[in-house]
Design a protein around this ligand. Structure first.
Ligand code: ZN
Length: 73
């Protein structure tokens, strides 16, 4: 069996800061992505932590969604 490494080619980032503090990052299959989220396609950083590190340069404060990021842990 091939080990499936989680890829994150596309994420959604809420434009509105939660509690005025941070943007929530969602995976593309999350059921609670708000309609007004930014969709960001990642070409070269498929791993989640690398992706979020990259995105923090643009969005400064990010938090992983409690719904879509918890299911792997
Ligand atoms: Zn989510």
């Amino acid at each position: 069996m091939e080990v499936i490494v989680q890829k994150m080619n596309k994420v959604y980032i809420e434009k509105r800061r939660t509690l005025g503090l941070y943007h929530i990052v969602h995976q593309s299959d999350c059921p609670i992505i708000p309609n007004n989220s930014d969709c960001v396609e990642m070409n070269s950083s498929p791993e989640i932590d690398a992706t979020i590190t990259t995105l923090k340069k643009k969005y400064d404060e990010l938090e992983k969604c409690q719904v879509c990021f918890n299911k792997e842990e």
